[in-house]
Design a protein around this ligand. Structure first.
Ligand code: ADP
Length: 589
């Protein structure tokens, strides 16, 4: 019972704000049930009148006769027939309205869920994305909301069916309580059998589906992103076998499970005929002398059952499917309610620019449990170009991460405009910071869209930024200039071209503080020279931190800071450091 209430609370979570739809649908379903049962009930007097059997024992005969007499033309039978048609058509119209509303509701629920998921995930700290598998996230967005919408589709179908069943059962009870009891006993036995089969399978199937979806997505996602390395290193077979392993989690069991789920549906068709036959036999034995008198009852029951049985079978399937899909709902529910990854506290101060030096004051930092920065203190003077150099793994990118406020230092503080960085509203701070990384992110769109990157800037700004980034000339040589489409991840551009587009993207936002993290390290010498020119140019515009392990790129810096194993070991200009003959000098030789 507790499990049931829990499920209800999960279901309520997604439907908050949509209650009015449910009330409308409930009202429509009741109306449809009433009309359906009414139209089937009309068969009883129709058959009785048609065969002229016991017309006086027909329920509501008097009322029907009274209304029929009001119509001057046509016989009683014709009136009943027309009434039957009117009821059936009205029910059809209401069923159409019901499903129109139901699908609008489903659409609302899926869109709302996806929107909330995006907002929730986007609100997470950077750390969440570093720690999450891409495949899981794709699965969360693509599969789970779809199944949630299906859950409500099933519930709405089940509710409509259930209400019709109840109305028809009540109607059959009025027609013949004995006949109904007979039907209910048969139905009960059938329900118990199918329920036993389905219950155990469906939940297991649902959990497996999520697991397999996650692993399938993970493998395919990694395969597509890494396709260049995979093809060139000839390791497709490894990814093939990973994919096959992921497929086995669910699809190996698929055939068996689906087969077992199918059996009740196969049985039901034959069952219906068996039930009809059995009822005829029982009735014949019971009413041997007066068999003709039960034809109206029999006819009404046959049509009533014909309407009920597919719905009753569907109920069993609905239950299996619900169990199947419910884990998706639980997963999305838990993601939407998770607070774990909102560790960065947002400040209230609005950052509008850089007015003084940026100071790292005694900073230490750990990723989870590994300490990577130890009491780092450094100054990035306003308006100058500071370079941070050191071997790979020494903590340079970590400092960039802290300056971007993707993480907060474990100890110490970063001071911007004489204030702790944590006092600022993160978004206002990031608005004045530009960032260019080693692997430029280019999406499938035009060069213009890649420079704008969601921002709204005039054409003159685009050209200004591209010129500053030394990108304008090569862009103009492309067939469609700024409107040239670049492929997925910019595969039609060279590394240096991509990098300069990303620099233009940073510069169009006129950042006051620019961080270039190994912006040239993945490039060949020619591209590097072009990007270096771009960097030297843009560095004049703002306070700049250049991170590099190739020393040629930092000679022009106003100040060079050397870091090793998470500690600052030297700082000065190129000339000063060379003279000192310390680590920097050694790195240059
Ligand atoms: P650099 O930029 O100088 O090459 P990083 O700042 O990237 O160095 O890395 C410093 C250390 O932190 C390395 O030992 C690296 O393995 C570790 N590290 C970097 N990112 C993470 C992370 N997300 N989780 C755990 N450890 C990390």
């Amino acid at each position: 019972m507790e499990k049931f209430y829990k499920k209800i609370s999960y279901l309520r979570f997604f439907t908050r704000g949509y209650e009015h739809y449910f009330f409308l649908l409930l009202f429509l379903a009741i109306f449809i049930g009433f009309l359906d049962a009414g139209s089937i009930a009309l068969l009883y007097p129709m058959i009785s009148v048609g065969f002229q059997i016991n017309t006086e024992s027909i329920p509501f005969y008097g009322i029907l006769q009274y209304f029929s007499d009001l119509v001057p033309i046509g016989s009683f039978f014709v009136h009943l027939g027309i009434f039957f048609i009117i009821l059936t058509i009205t029910s059809l119209i209401f069923q159409i309205i019901y499903w129109k509303v139901a699908f609008i509701l489903q659409k609302e629920l899926i869109v709302q869920t996806k929107k909330s998921l995006f907002l929730k995930i986007d609100g997470n700290d950077y750390k969440f994305f570093v720690n999450s598998k891409q495949g899981d996230l794709l699965n969360l967005f693509n599969q789970s909301p779809y199944y949630i919408q299906l859950i409500y589709h099933i519930l709405l179908s089940a509710a409509a069916d259930f209400i019709i069943i109840i109305f028809i059962i009540c109607m059959l009870f009025l027609v013949s309580p004995g006949g109904l009891i007979l039907v209910l006993i048969g139905g009960g036995i059938f329900y118990i059998v199918t329920n036993a089969i389905s219950n155990s399978i469906s939940e297991r199937l649902g959990r497996l589906q999520i697991l397999s979806g996650q692993s399938e997505n993970k493998v395919i996602n990694e395969y597509i992103t890494g396709i260049k390395s995979i093809k060139s290193l000839n390791v497709s077979h490894y990814w093939g076998s990973q994919y096959i392993q992921a497929l086995q989690i669910y699809w190996d069991k698929f055939a068996d499970f689906m087969f077992i789920q199918r059996i009740p549906i196969l049985v039901i068709n034959s069952l219906f005929l068996i039930i009809i036959g059995a009822i005829v036999l029982v009735l014949y034995i019971y009413y041997a002398d007066d068999f003709i008198s039960i034809i109206p009852i029999f006819g009404t029951f046959a049509v009533g059952l014909l309407r009920i049985l597919p719905k009753a079978t569907a109920m069993g399937n609905y239950k299996m499917e619900l169990n199947n899909y419910f884990p998706h709902l639980v997963l999305v529910h838990s993601v939407l309610n998770e607070r774990k990854y909102n560790l960065l506290k947002n400040g209230t101060q609005v950052c509008t620019g850089i007015t003084s030096d940026i100071i790292l004051e005694n900073i230490s930092f750990s990723y989870d449990h590994t300490k990577v920065l130890f009491h780092v203190s450094m100054i990035i003077p306003k308006g100058s170009m500071t370079a941070l150099v050191g071997p790979s793994g020494s903590g340079k990118s970590t400092i960039a991460n802290l300056l971007l406020r993707l993480y907060d230092p474990t100890e110490g503080r970063i001071i911007v405009n004489r204030r702790d960085l944590r006092d600022y509203d993160i978004h206002s701070y990031r608005n004045i910071v530009g960032y260019v990384s080693q692997d430029p992110f280019i999406f499938n769109g035009t060069i213009r869209e890649n420079i704008l990157f969601g921002g709204d800037f005039p054409e003159t700004d685009i050209v200004y930024a591209a010129k500053l980034a030394h990108a304008h000339d090569f862009i103009m040589e492309l067939p469609k200039g700024y409107d040239t489409l670049v492929g997925d991840q910019g595969i039609t551009l060279s590394g240096g071209e991509k990098q300069r587009i990303v620099i233009a993207r940073a510069m169009i936002r006129r950042p006051e503080f620019l961080i270039l993290d190994e912006a040239t390290s993945a490039l060949d010498t020619i591209s590097e020279a072009a990007v270096q020119k771009a960097i030297d140019q843009v560095a004049k515009e703002c306070t700049t931190l250049v991170i590099a392990h190739r020393l040629t790129t930092v000679r022009n810096a106003d100040k060079i800071v050397v870091i090793e194993r998470g500690q600052i070991i030297e700082e000065g200009t190129h000339e000063e450091l060379m003279e000192r003959r310390g680590k920097y000098w050694a790195m240059n030789n």
